[in-house]
Design a protein around this ligand. Structure first.
Ligand SMILES: [Zn+2]
Ligand SMILES: [Zn+2]
Length: 178
């Protein structure tokens, strides 16, 4: 029965990793870790980005877990295997499908992959670190919710801008009074 436990632990680790990745993306990469992540939100040529160092950090964590696990600390190696599998899926969806960092072009036109693809495009629709939507990679909220969030943000940005520069009709109104 050990194989069953190992498989369950591996699969659970993949699920937990999506949560870990989404939270680190939101609170670390778009927070104090923005220095590395910024390179990914700027126009990039698909070669090495500073942001790739996050993948390297997770890779070392996976290697450490597997190493400690096989040296007598079951089931850490299976958690490490889950982190590795997550890394592979992350690479396929994020770097491959969305950012085309592999030599072939495939854009999903329907189903769940399309939702993941579109959701991450929307993550990149906002410039800068504030006000972004959809921080997960293997899970994405329904697209209409993301669209609503972006629209809401757009409105508040425009409202801010309106307080800085008075709208055209306000100026002409003053001209008329004079
Ligand atoms: Zn981001
Ligand atoms: Zn991205």
């Amino acid at each position: 029965m050990l194989w069953l436990w190992n498989t369950l632990i591996l699969l659970a680790s993949v699920v937990v990793m999506e949560g870990v990745a989404a939270l680190s993306h939101k609170y670390i990469m778009h927070g104090w870790g923005w220095g590395w992540h910024l390179s990914h939100h700027e126009p990039h040529d698909g070669k090495f980005e500073l942001n790739d160092l996050y993948a390297v950090v997770f890779m070392f964590m996976a290697i450490a877990l597997i190493y400690i696990g096989v040296n007598g600390y079951w089931p850490l190696q299976w958690i490490g295997a889950g982190v590795t599998l997550y890394g592979v899926l992350y690479f396929m969806v994020h770097d491959g499908l969305v950012h085309q960092r592999w030599p072939f072009r495939y854009i999903p036109r329907k189903g769940y992959l399309k939702r993941l693809y579109m959701a991450h495009r929307m993550h990149h629709a906002v410039r800068g670190r504030e006000g972004c939507v959809s921080f997960g990679f293997l899970y994405a909220p329904p697209l209409h919710k993301l669209q609503a969030a972006l629209r809401q943000r757009h409105k508040s940005v425009n409202a801010d801008a309106a307080t800085i520069t008075p709208p055209q009709d306000a100026t002409s109104g003053r001209v008329k009074r004079e």
